[in-house]
Design a binder for this molecule. Structure first.
Ligand code: NAG
Ligand code: NAG
Ligand code: NAG
Ligand code: NAG
Length: 626
């Protein structure tokens, strides 16, 4: 059930499997904030360990304080000046473009956060201090146009490293530059990026700080691609933190910029995922997780080794260049020496792409999504399980406002749960992880929510519920008889918790408890000519469900959204007896529900116990409640 093979495309049978979430949950412990329709939330910023969340939207900056199970908003109005707005309208721009859309919020240093907006097609930044007092950009030297685009439709990606800002702006003239700070402000040459649409950026720190690299993840978009051509090409670009630009050429440009193709798929398989939607670098395991979509309507998750990527850039073969590479080693993070410089920089200037194509670990996606949903965002956490082994957990936001919590552990990938925290369905637009506090902040255009990473109450009823969840954040406490959070800071107390994350070893609950989950036997008296259904509520979508009559005859049932319903019909005539629905998962069998059906010999059915052809599900639920 967990790994339905996708065999429509024969090659995929070998590689990627489709996945469905095991559980569908509404997070119990969450703090929501909703905004007005026109708020158009765009960007989140959060300092790990704090209880504040900064949100940028249309003409507004909100600072939400999450404290004592309440959210307190502070609103800072950041409108474009009337004069700028009037100029914007004079230039016949669309009304939408003549507002201030806050698109960048980054912490610069211990005392200041920088906030930048489109400002009616005239980019502008503000500095915010720790008392939430803000200063306009004329009080500090900044070129806002290097940090934020002029139009709301253009995307910006920003990362702050050691007090310097690195910015990537999308559009017909896309650019990656060091845009603010104490170091030299340098940029990409015009021919290095072709219509790049940036999705994210990350610092890959090294034990030797000289080798620190900054990565940008983006798509090259071909707007004139034909119907059968792939319009997207996922890429990653890299610069070194130590780069100070060239001496006698490339004076204002990177001397360490290189780029490579990023592919999600098998090198031997033409069906690949080319459209990168988001990428997240998990620093602790030097792993890159990317979410992709394809022109043929499927979504995939791919995992890459940053060590492999980094070494591909450090020992490159340059695309289209066959001449000698002597002197200074292209790809290493040092400033080139002045005598070899000119020659080397000429090569770099014309050949920024490396030949190596970056394929995922194992040369296939971790999995594909089963339906036509897409992933829009990804973040990942490195978690200590109950046995103090580290595991990767991904949180993936969908375009339908859901979050998938996924255990990624070597060859094993399990969608632990699909979380539905929002009131209104809209694509997930931002996610920020705070591992210090154990929180995940998620937003759509309309809402923001804070979730617990370890929401163990969801699996609290029995040891089996807790253990089969395969959630590394949670384990069964046999003394307290509850599903508890595994301590993430070095403490031995978690080692008592029962957990079983690897397949085929879920017998840890044997002898722990005998408490059963099932409901009491429900008595139903029906007219033999009526048409009835018996519902069996689903919990795990990875379990198999069967109905058994009088402990002997098995009946199949068909799974609909929330139930494995037993239908009676010609091939499956109704009879008198005890019908039990059981689930089986990983060797664990559980009785979910049981009905004693008696036939009432043609008398009128007892009120509300008979489920006739109309309103079936509703009445079936009525029975359940009896
Ligand atoms: C932080 O950055 C701002 C803007 O560059 C600067 O004015 C301020 O002095 C810096 N503060 C510290 C403590 O470095
Ligand atoms: C874009 O697609 C068109 C049509 O397939 C092709 O001719 C063109 O070379 C492509 N441009 C780039 C930059 O790849
Ligand atoms: C470890 O757990 C004990 C008991 O819960 C607690 O008193 C102690 O402060 C914890 N130590 C750390 C380092 O978290
Ligand atoms: C868990 O492992 C880490 C490193 O592997 C170690 O530093 C820590 O003390 C361990 N914690 C426990 C509770 O054993």
């Amino acid at each position: 059930m967990t790994a339905l093979r996708l065999c429509f495309f024969s090659l995929f049978c070998l590689a990627a499997s489709q996945k469905i979430p095991r559980l569908k949950l509404i997070p119990t412990d969450r703090l929501n904030a909703s905004f007005a329709e026109k708020a158009e939330l765009l960007v989140l910023f959060h300092d790990a360990g704090s209880d504040q969340l900064f949100i940028g939207g249309r003409e507004q900056l909100w600072i939400l304080t999450f404290k004592d199970s309440a959210v307190t908003p502070t609103q800072i109005q950041l409108s474009a000046d009337e004069k700028v707005k009037a100029d914007c309208k004079k230039k016949q721009r669309a009304d939408q473009e003549c507002h201030n859309f806050i698109k960048v919020i980054q912490r610069l240093n211990a005392t200041n956060i920088i906030v930048c907006g489109t400002n009616a097609a005239s980019p502008k930044c503000w500095l915010l201090d720790n008392n939430n007092t803000y200063y306009e950009s004329h009080t500090f030297k900044i070129n806002a146009g290097n940090i934020v685009p002029a139009l709301p439709s253009q995307t910006a990606v920003t990362i702050a490293v050691d007090g310097n800002l690195y910015s990537a702006l999308s559009g017909s003239k896309s650019i990656i530059q060091r845009s603010y700070g104490t170091k030299r402000l340098i940029k990409t040459e015009d021919n290095w990026l072709t219509r790049a649409e940036f999705v994210s950026a990350a610092l890959l720190a090294d034990s030797n700080k000289v080798n620190d690299e900054i990565y940008f993840f983006y798509n090259e978009v071909n707007n004139s691609a034909g119907l059968d051509d792939e319009p997207y090409k996922a890429q990653l670009g890299r610069v070194c933190k130590v780069d100070e630009g060239g001496k006698n050429m490339l004076i204002d440009s990177w001397t360490t910029f290189l780029k490579a193709r990023l592919v999600c798929g098998d090198p031997r398989d033409p069906k690949r995922f080319h459209h990168l939607r988001d990428a997240f670098l998990l620093k602790e395991s030097r792993t890159l997780y990317g979410v992709f979509s394809s022109s043929w309507g499927k979504a995939a998750v791919c995992k890459y080794s940053m060590n492999e990527i980094s070494s591909a850039f450090k020992t490159p073969k340059l695309k289209g260049y066959t001449g000698p590479l002597s002197g200074y080693r292209i790809g290493t993070c040092i400033s080139p020496s002045s005598q070899t410089q000119k020659n080397t920089l000429t090569i770099i200037k014309d050949h920024p792409e490396i030949e190596t194509v970056i394929y995922p670990e194992g040369q296939h996606p971790l999995y594909l999504l089963e339906n036509n949903e897409n992933y829009t965002r990804v973040v990942a956490d490195r978690v200590r399980d109950a046995s103090n082994v580290t595991r990767d957990v991904l949180f993936l936001g969908t375009d339908q406002g859901k979050i998938h919590k996924v255990l990624q552990n070597g060859e094993q990938t399990v969608i632990i749960a699909e979380l539905s925290p929002f009131k209104k369905e809209a694509p997930i637009s931002s996610m920020v992880l705070d591992t210090t506090m154990g929180h995940l902040y998620v937003s759509t255009e309309f809402e923001v929510v804070r979730l617990l990473l370890a929401d163990c109450d969801q699996y609290k009823d029995t040891c089996w519920n807790c253990v089969l969840a395969r959630d590394p954040y949670c384990g069964w406490d046999p003394n307290g008889k509850t599903c508890s959070a595994v301590a993430q800071s070095g403490n031995h107390t978690s080692l008592r918790l029962l957990q079983s994350l690897d397949p085929q070893s879920t017998d840890v609950c044997k002898g722990v408890e005998d408490q059963k989950n099932q409901e009491a036997l429900k008595k139903v008296s029906v007219d033999p000519t009526s048409y009835i259904y018996l519902p069996c509520p689903l919990r795990s979508y990875h379990a198999t469900y069967t109905w058994i009559k009088d402990d002997s005859k098995e009946y199949p049932c068909s799974i609909d959204r929330e139930s494995c319903t037993l239908h009676f019909g010609e091939s499956n005539p109704m009879g008198q007896g005890i019908f039990k629905c059981t689930s089986k998962e990983e060797g664990y069998r559980e009785e979910i529900t049981a009905y004693e059906v008696t036939l009432n010999g043609g008398r009128m059915p007892e009120v509300s116990l008979v489920v006739v052809a109309t309103g079936i599900l509703f009445l079936a639920i009525t029975i359940l409640l009896l």
